[in-house]
Design a protein around this ligand. Structure first.
Ligand code: SAH
Length: 457
């Protein structure tokens, strides 16, 4: 972040504007919306600035700029048509540690001004740091369209109840829940429709009814296989409401970035053999946070109920009488299959698909091998990378042809996705460079990839 965003209180702010042409006038007009004291210095001033000066809105000095003009200023805008003078003022201002902006000359600027959407008291400021003005305009249009027309009334309405709500709910989290309900519900709807008196009545009634909630809830949320675009709407909404997010290794940084910024994020690890936090401790953590009244999101890779130990976590919550909800996610098998161009049940190849764990225990995998070695069946192994040699050996030993196609998909659906295809006989050798997380797909459907592959990160 090269530019740090901030909002400056203009109540006691002294601003110097050097230049009084059309460009300067645009800045001055914006400044006129604030409480800042504005002094404009320029030998000649355009109509708009003269008019403002005549109405006593600003002080206009019709003369050339002097360095002493900087004495009183806290913030300086430079917009003359003399580039040398602009540079000189910028250097002088910077030497005095003043914040200076030279219009259309980013190199001379100590600060830049954002593009704004002004629905005071609500103010949205955005910047692309000069990198993509058109993108910024595009985004701005989208946001403008998305913002209700009376959003500023809603902000004022909320402000008028702030103290009362604070009195009613001592706890910050409870206050937040209350306000979220207000903004999501009928009260806000009425304000946005322009019916503030009714909204007021409803708000007063709501404050009388709502007893502060003391117990939180846990949401077991599937985060999908990696690509954030594959999150469900519900997952995203809950992530943005969470007080605490408990996540493990499979949840990508891109997805974590979408969690509410103020939420506490707790990493509980879990690599195949290196459990950062034992399951029992994770269960207890969820219970503890929920009992403290927090909205807990337990974020898991893929789907919580597919090799995700989601069931165990819920049992613990039930034992403690804590409310919960499960949000399904796209499991790795679905993600890998789609993004590797391997339809798991193409009707020319397979009538069934089995999801199995390839997790090694004492160097062996305890699976019903004869049931797995069936014709017209696709096998998907989760957690099978370390056990790959055992899987291939057992499948062959139980009658699967050694030239049966097999594919490994590493970090499916992400930009780091890698796919290696081969046969049971040669995959171990071919896939030596593949690292976890990786999924194993066995069956003739793997050959379809040659034709159907579409994702090349
Ligand atoms: N609940 C998860 C699975 C957890 S078990 C789900 O539904 O997807 C962990 C295993 O999932 C890993 O060992 C790996 O085999 C698989 N896996 C998870 N994400 C993956 C990804 N993006 N690419 C490949 N395999 C993945």
């Amino acid at each position: 972040m090269q530019y740090f965003p901030l909002f400056v209180d203009t109540n006691t702010l002294q601003v110097l504007v050097v230049g009084a042409g059309e460009v300067a006038a645009r800045k001055v007009e914006l400044l006129m919306r604030t409480h800042a004291q504005v002094e404009v210095v320029a030998p000649e001033a355009c109509q708009a600035i003269q008019a403002l000066a005549a109405r006593g809105k600003l002080s206009l000095q019709q003369r050339p700029y002097l360095e002493s003009d900087l004495d009183k200023a806290q913030l300086v805008f430079v917009a003359t048509n003399d580039t040398e003078l602009n540079a000189q003022i910028s250097h002088q201002a910077k030497a005095r540690k003043l914040l200076v902006n030279v219009v259309d000359a980013p190199k001379l600027c100590g600060f830049i001004t954002p593009s704004i959407i002004d629905r005071s008291p609500l103010l949205i400021a955005m910047s692309s740091g000069g990198s993509a003005p058109v993108l910024l305009r595009y985004l701005r249009q989208k946001l403008e369209a998305f913002l209700p027309r009376r959003i500023s009334s809603l902000a004022e309405f909320a402000d008028s109840f702030r103290e009362q709500v604070k009195q009613h709910f001592a706890n910050v989290t409870q206050r937040r829940y209350f306000w979220e309900e207000v903004f999501d519900g009928e009260v806000a709807e009425q304000v946005l429709k322009g019916n503030s008196p009714l909204a007021r009545e409803m708000m007063v009634a709501k404050l009388q009814q709502d007893a502060p909630k003391t117990e939180g809830e846990v949401y077991l949320v599937g985060a999908g296989p990696g690509d954030p675009e594959l999150l469900t709407f519900r997952a995203l909404r809950l992530m943005q409401k969470a007080d605490v997010v408990v996540y493990d290794r499979l949840v990508s940084q891109d997805i974590l970035d979408m969690v509410r910024r103020d939420a506490e994020k707790v990493y509980v690890g879990k690599a195949a053999s290196n459990h950062t936090l034992p399951q029992e401790d994770i269960n207890q953590l969820l219970v503890r946070e929920a009992k403290a009244g927090k909205r807990v999101v337990r974020l898991k890779g893929g789907d919580p109920f597919i090799f995700g130990r989601g069931g165990e976590e819920i049992e613990e919550l039930i034992a403690h009488d804590i409310g919960f909800e499960v949000v399904p996610g796209i499991t790795a098998a679905s993600g890998a299959s789609s993004y590797a161009g391997i339809p798991l049940t193409h009707r020319d190849h397979a009538q069934s698909v089995v999801f199995a764990t390839g997790h090694l225990k004492d160097d062996s995998i305890n699976l019903d091998w004869p049931a797995l070695v069936q014709k017209r069946q696709t096998l998907v192994f989760y957690m099978g990378l370390t056990g790959l040699p055992v899987i291939c050996r057992e499948l062959i030993a139980h009658g699967m042809p050694s030239d049966m196609p097999i594919a490994l998909v590493e970090q499916a659906t992400t930009n780091q996705q890698q796919v290696v295809a081969g046969t049971l006989a040669d995959i171990e050798h071919k896939a030596a460079h593949i690292k976890p997380p990786a999924l194993i797909i066995v069956g003739t459907v793997v050959t379809l990839r040659d034709k159907l592959n579409w994702f090349n990160p």
